[in-house]
Design a protein around this ligand. Sequence first.
Ligand SMILES: [Zn+2]
Length: 305
Amino acid sequence: MAKPKPTGYPPEGEELPSPVIDNHTHLPLGPVEDFPQGVTPLPIDVQLARAARANVVGLIHSSCELPDLQPGIDLARAHAPVRAAIAIHPNEATRHAHVTDVGPDGWEPAFAPHHEVSLDDAVARVGELAAANRDVVVAIGETGLDWFRTAGRGHDVQRAAFRAHIALAKELDLPLQIHDRDAHADVLDVLRRDGAPARTVFHCFSGDRAMAEVLNEHGWYASFAGPITYKSNDELREACRAMDPALVLVETDAPYLTPVPYRGRPNASYLMTHTVRAVAEQLDMELTQACHQLLANTRGVYGSW
Ligand SMILES: [Zn+2]
């Protein structure tokens, strides 16, 4: 009989030799229904204690649905290592605009009561909250284009929402965290036309070497997540090698995208050690040096806390 595959949160591993920050994650704000494998999320205090032991000393939590914006800010204010990024996610933007077009993934859009708020009002709320909570809101994100989850009118709606978030990031002088799924050329096109915010980050970067070169040229950041450890992703590793090391960031995007060797199990910031090691290898840097570089890059984008 085959041994059952282990489930649940992976064990803690060896800590990093020098501190780093998880540039993009989603902490549980309450009961999480679609959590991987139906696992109960680890309590925040446990997640933060494990992260600290791993030398992941800070994290940026992204709240990108209207009802989660204020709770995300409250969470950051309640826990010293946590800062918040806020936005209306592209796949939420389409729901606020009542788009029913189905994307290539065949996922039927599901609407909730908060989607009755217009997209303009929802984005305006992001701006109000970011402006009123400058001490803990360190970025606008995640926003961008998701051509996997929408089609038809959804493209126009997401493009408009992305542009509104770009304007907001510029107005508030905040970094922008971009969600780009199967939409590289169109994301780059919008940034070129509108002009990117001074600090622009491709969250969970998924481009190739040519795209890495575009980022280098503009001084835009690539934030690498667990997929850089996946066996089939040679193209992504090649892109990492092509990046200017001063523009490389690292993140978990937890609870998803768990790095190898725990792919498929729930993710959390303490597991970013595996991704940092993979990035260090691609940058051809000794691990301590890579941690120094990644932390300096993070502080350059989001400041220090
Ligand atoms: Zn995310």
